[in-house]
Ligand binder design. Structure first.
Ligand SMILES: NC(=O)c1ccc[n+]([C@@H]2O[C@H](COP(=O)([O-])OP(=O)(O)OC[C@H]3O[C@@H](n4cnc5c(N)ncnc54)[C@H](O)[C@@H]3O)[C@@H](O)[C@H]2O)c1
Length: 356
């Protein structure tokens, strides 16, 4: 069997903790080459995982592989993805898709022109609970979704490694880095209706207090210039509304709260843990799933879906137009927070068609 040759661009935390080990377990691929701006990081990853080739540039790497996983800081996602697609290489890009919706649109354009796969690593979609919730919504179990409540809250877990607190390189903080996962998941569950208006408020007061306890390593509280707590309210063209709260360092009792709950006109659901609530025979029911099929580690189906898409066996589950929508909403929340006004979301592409 000829194996799909995959390259890794950016050999830091997520490449080494998730993508490389997951790909190495898959018999249909080889991890052929690695490139990192920091040659020591590339050499460390190559040594640890027996990756045969360390490349001097991402352009050089494209000559060795059929697909890449982009694991660099957010600022470089668009540039590298577009270059890869034009070099005839399929792309799985880490989240968020890009810093801006304009960059994300250019990535989609490059994928359309080249016919190469472009997917974004929103791995929450591949969790067993998420797949169960998608089945229930698509089967009409909750009717038409009306209100979506999303919480992605961590207590004092600002990522202390990498460049997560650097706005130039990451585009923002808790919302673009963490909230994006549950925002993407909830949009997918309700069928990605077009957003029309967004209101948001972002804060970075928590992390600027000197001497704060942080469970995920030290960071410079003076240089910290990204959001650590964000609220948002999103209206969609079909009348659905979504309430979002996300934080890296919230003063909450719990270590982490991750909630997506949807109220429809027939029933409702919670994703984590997965439960359905509905009325039947004049009675009200709450039913928690006793068992769900699938992998405990969502990295495995995420990688498999990308491989299947590259080999032409399946469509990618995370479509780039859907990831663009996440970026549009994040951009609008930040804009609304800066301006203090509601922001109308631009949902037309350059040819005048609706996105997605
Ligand atoms: N899906 C998830 O849950 C998840 C979790 C963590 C990180 N991420 C995403 O993965 C990406 C990387 O995060 P990380 O935690 O691995 O960060 P990291 O800092 O640990 O690693 C990033 C690596 O990229 C390298 N790099 C920087 N600029 C580069 C460039 N222009 N070309 C090539 N290499 C470059 C750095 O030297 C570093 O080794 C970010 O986009 C982040 O949002 C996703």
């Amino acid at each position: 069997m000829t194996k799909l040759r995959i390259g890794i661009i950016g050999a830091g935390g997520i490449a080494q903790a998730r993508h490389i080990p997951t790909l190495l377990k898959n018999e249909e691929v080889t991890v052929e080459a690695v490139y990192d701006l920091n040659m020591d990081a590339a050499a460390a990853a190559a040594g640890r995982f027996n990756i045969p080739k360390i490349m001097n540039s991402y352009q050089e790497l494209f000559g060795e592989v059929e697909a890449v996983v982009i694991c660099t800081p957010n600022k470089y996602h668009a540039e590298i993805a577009i270059a890869a697609l034009h070099a005839g290489v399929h792309v799985l890009c880490e989240k968020p898709m890009a810093l801006t919706s304009m960059e994300a649109e250019s990535m989609i354009e490059a994928s359309k022109v080249t016919g190469k796969v472009l997917s974004i690593a929103f791995h929450y979609r591949f969790m067993k609970e998420s797949i169960a919730a998608k089945k229930a919504v698509d089967a009409g179990d909750i009717g038409n979704p009306l209100v979506v409540r999303v919480k992605a809250l961590r207590r004092r877990k600002v990522p202390g490694w990498g460049v997560f607190t650097n706005k130039d390189l990451q585009g923002g903080g808790s919302l673009i880095d963490y909230g994006c996962h549950l925002l993407d998941l909830s949009l997918w569950l309700i069928g990605n209706p077009a957003p029309t208006e967004v209101t948001g408020t972002s804060y970075n007061a928590l992390s600027r207090v000197p001497g704060q306890v942080n469970q995920w390593g030290a960071f410079d509280h003076i240089a910290f210039n990204v959001d650590d707590h964000v609220t948002g309210y999103i209206k969609f063209e079909n009348g659905t509304s979504l309430l979002l709260e996300t934080s890296w360092s919230n003063n909450i009792k719990e270590d982490v709260i991750e909630e997506v709950s949807i109220s429809g006109d027939k029933g409702g659901l919670d994703v984590f843990p997965f439960s359905l609530n509905y009325s039947k025979h004049g009675m009200l029911f709450n039913s928690e799933a006793a068992w769900l099929p699938g992998e405990d580690d969502p990295s495995i189906p995420q990688a498999q879906n990308f491989i299947d898409a590259c080999l032409g066996r399946a469509e990618q589950i995370v479509k780039p137009e859907e990831a663009l929508q996440v970026t549009q909403i994040i951009e609008a929340i930040y804009e609304s927070s800066d301006s203090g006004k509601a922001v109308a979301v631009y949902t037309e592409n350059r040819e005048g068609g609706l996105l997605p």
